[in-house]
Design a protein around this ligand. Structure first.
Ligand code: PLP
Length: 388
């Protein structure tokens, strides 16, 4: 019997910590343990670590100033803050324009506000998972719009949305535009000005940084209520002693992405091509979900007809290969993905969809191992379901 493979292909759920990131974080757990708000040297050393991280992230985001970066506990918090903070600042009920394929952090925040009386418009996507720009512009113009929130890259399909065009329509009317760039930041270019964004959510653990730390970019002058009260941290907008080691790790991860993003994107794109070519060739009834020409280079969402995604995941896991059935939050629930059903997939097709997402440590040998295992698993599952 061959050894289990130990191949991790779920980098859109989370990524392993980069060893250099860990090395840069370690001193901040013990030696450099001052409170960054303290005036003394240990405090100022911790403050310097945070400042460097802020600059490193601001460089990758090409924003005007590092002060526009506000650290949070992750992408979910950044999304919640952006959405609830903008409408709180507006001080009245009005319209929120978002899309039908947002991450739960945006989607559920909008649903919550809908229950409070806000008019939320969920702009549809086409069969390739792309947000309909005309429908978005019509929705923005058709009400008392307080906020527009559209994701940059989808976490399930990797599809990159036409955010710059939608942002330009929002800006022309002076409406704040939020972009959830948690999946795209550090994988493809995410430049604040180019996206016409006022607010951008990002997260460290998607780019080989630590879990539990993220940030909200707030364009200088953008109108948003504070996240919390109780201190002057994060420009007076998010109170609480900072997660110093986590923030330092986020900065280190962003610096690595600044250096390696272009080459790494090309490498992962080649691996994905190898994976999809082999899988489509060796297994009948497999389709790629999403716009194949407009995706993150590391993401492959496949519908494998006639099998349950959960069964494929377990079959692969037994052989040491980790993949997922869409967003990490949705896996484990039997509800078909709202992203795939919004693209027109039947619930049955959506529950036959498996996401493979590539990243640090993946190699052509690993891809070949997976593509040699997968056909057997699918064949066995199809035989079992035919016999039932
Ligand atoms: N937004 C998107 C598009 C995501 O993919 C995720 C995580 O999967 C989040 C937000 C939430 O980020 P975090 O896990 O840092 O809270």
């Amino acid at each position: 019997m061959t050894e289990p493979a130990n191949i991790y292909l779920d980098h859109n759920a989370t990524t392993p910590l980069h060893p250099d990131v860990l090395e840069q974080m370690l001193p901040y757990f013990q030696e450099i343990s001052g409170n960054p708000s303290s005036l003394h040297s240990p405090g100022q050393e911790a403050r310097a670590g945070i400042d460097r991280a802020r600059q490193s992230i601001a460089r990758l985001l090409e924003c005007d100033s590092a002060e526009e970066i506000h650290f949070t506990s992750g992408g979910t918090e950044a999304d919640n803050w952006a959405i609830k903070g903008v409408v709180t600042h507006a001080g009245r009920r009005g319209r929120i324009v978002t899309s039908a394929v947002e991450h739960h952090a945006v989607w559920h925040s909008c649903q919550y506000l809908e229950e409070l009386g806000y008019d939320v418009v969920y702009v549809p996507v086409n069969a390739a998972g792309m947000v309909d720009v005309d429908a978005a512009i019509e929705a923005i113009a058709g009400g008392d719009t307080l906020l527009v929130s559209i994701m940059h890259a989808n976490n399930e399909t990797g599809v990159i949305q036409p955010v710059a065009a939608i942002g330009s329509a929002a800006r022309a009317r002076g409406i704040p535009f939020h972009v959830d760039a948690v999946q795209s930041f550090g994988k493809v270019e995410v430049h604040a000005a180019a996206l016409n964004a006022d607010l951008i959510s990002i997260s460290a653990h998607k780019i080989n940084g630590p879990k539990g730390v993220g940030a909200l970019y707030i364009r200088n002058g953008a109108a948003i209520a504070p996240h919390s009260h109780g201190g002057s941290h994060e420009g007076g907008l998010r109170a609480g002693t900072e997660n110093v080691p986590g923030i330092v790790g986020f900065g280190a991860a962003a610096a690595i992405r600044s250096r390696e993003m272009a080459n790494d994107g090309a490498r992962l794109g080649t691996l994905r091509c190898r994976f999809e070519a082999s899988t489509l060739n060796s297994i009948e009834g497999v389709t790629i979900n999403g716009d194949v020409d407009n995706r993150l280079p590391n993401t492959s969402s496949l519908t494998i007809f006639g099998v349950e995604a959960e069964a494929v995941i377990i079959g692969l896991d037994l052989q040491g290969v980790a993949v997922s059935s869409g967003s990490a939050c949705a896996s484990g629930s039997s509800v078909p993905s709202h992203v795939l059903t919004a693209m027109g997939l039947q619930p049955r097709q959506a529950s036959s969809s498996v996401r493979f997402s590539f990243g640090l440590g993946n190699s052509a040998e690993q891809i070949d191992r997976v593509t040699s295992i997968l056909p057997g698993i699918v064949e066995k599952l199809r035989r079992l379901s035919a016999a039932m």
